[in-house]
Design a protein around this ligand. Structure first.
Ligand SMILES: Cc1cc2nc3c(=O)[nH]c(=O)nc-3n(C[C@H](O)[C@H](O)[C@H](O)COP(=O)(O)OP(=O)(O)OC[C@H]3O[C@@H](n4cnc5c(N)ncnc54)[C@H](O)[C@@H]3O)c2cc1C
Length: 304
């Protein structure tokens, strides 16, 4: 409904051109290098291969997507191929605006790419919807938007399970590949984010806020609106959210969206070797428990 009502209105205005100069105030300034902001340990070495912060990097990324990705966008759910824009960190830091993205897409769209373009713009619309939610709920990262979830019987997280999730060592391949991608390059494919989040919340029984905080600390596109709104969407506690009882099955998701294991083999070094761990939980048992917890929250008797 949100996106439909946006589309029913006028198209977004053209973005204003940048001023040649800005009359600022005279101020003394520290040299940025003197703040020693770079990490001592080389954990971020791979980040520069993935994105170039700044407006130029953002524009180049958009052009690359329009040239190569848009025609492939119907395959956006397949993490093994590059079919999405990679614009999220640039949008997050205001290096490009949704208006610029909108007009750039509309200027190149053809009858063949119309469906993909509309779908892509609707994803940008999810970002707008997230901001709409944040605007009306400034505690979006803390408070369940659907108050019935305040009764959810979360338990203290099992530290070993939480650590395995963060390190990508759960023995559940698609989850591990995503969590390792996140650790290595600060991002994760959207479908895998949904699967990894669902696994944490529903199979490990860990409160969505703990996962949200980890993503907030590790994503290069960590966004105060999109991150909590998406976690609440997966948890079922958000507006227009996936119902809680929709528990993603990571194995079926992997078979469907990574059928040739390209993505999993890319991120899991010991993929398909005896060194890869056994699953830390049974997917079917934990799914049943999640549904029982959901029934408890709703004051229903769990089904046998
Ligand atoms: C648990 C979880 C946490 C997430 N946390 C973040 C976050 O912190 N920051 C963030 O930008 N996105 C977040 N997302 C949304 C989405 O995963 C990323 O925006 C997307 O993967 C970025 O890749 P892309 O730029 O190639 O996307 P594209 O498919 O090319 O989409 C274009 C743009 O639309 C926006 N967008 C796409 N999907 C969504 C969505 N579901 N919700 C909101 N905006 C969207 C992004 O700005 C993105 O750059 C999260 C999703 C989940 C399931």
């Amino acid at each position: 409904p949100f996106w439909k009502s946006i589309l029913a209105g006028p198209a977004p205005r053209q973005s204003v051109t940048a001023p040649r100069s800005i009359a600022g105030v005279e101020a003394t300034s520290d040299l940025l290098d003197s703040w020693n902001l770079f990490p001592d340990r080389p954990w971020a070495n791979d980040f520069p291969n993935q994105w170039t912060p700044g407006e130029t990097g953002a524009r180049e990324r958009l052009e690359r997507f329009l040239d190569n990705g848009l025609a492939l966008y119907h395959r956006r759910d397949e993490p093994g191929i590059e079919s999405t824009s990679g614009l999220s960190p640039h949008l997050r830091f205001g290096e490009i605006s949704p208006y610029q993205v909108w007009h750039a897409v509309e200027s190149v769209v053809t009858p063949e790419t119309r469906a993909n373009a509309s779908r892509f713009l609707s994803e940008v619309g999810w970002r707008e919807f997230s901001y709409h939610q944040l605007f009306h709920n400034t505690d979006l990262h803390r408070r369940n938007l659907r108050a019935e979830f305040d009764e959810f019987p979360w338990e203290e997280p099992n530290p070993a399970h939480l650590s395995a999730w963060k390190k990508g060592k759960t023995g559940v391949e698609l989850v591990d590949a995503g969590m390792r991608e996140l650790w290595k390059i600060g991002t994760m494919h959207n479908r895998v984010r949904m699967v990894a989040a669902s696994f944490l919340i529903k199979n490990l029984g860990i409160d969505w806020r703990i996962g949200e905080a980890w993503f907030w600390n590790t994503l290069v596109d960590a966004d105060e609106a999109s991150n909590p709104a998406s976690w609440q969407w997966v948890a079922g506690s958000g507006y227009d959210a996936a119902p809680y009882f929709r528990v993603f099955n990571p194995e079926l998701q992997a078979a469907k969206f990574d059928p040739d294991s390209v993505y999993r083999a890319r991120w899991i070094e010991e993929y398909n070797t005896p060194l890869y761990p056994e699953p830390i939980v049974s997917l079917s048992d934990t799914r049943a428990r999640a549904l029982a917890d959901y029934a408890t929250m709703r004051g229903e008797r769990p089904q046998q």
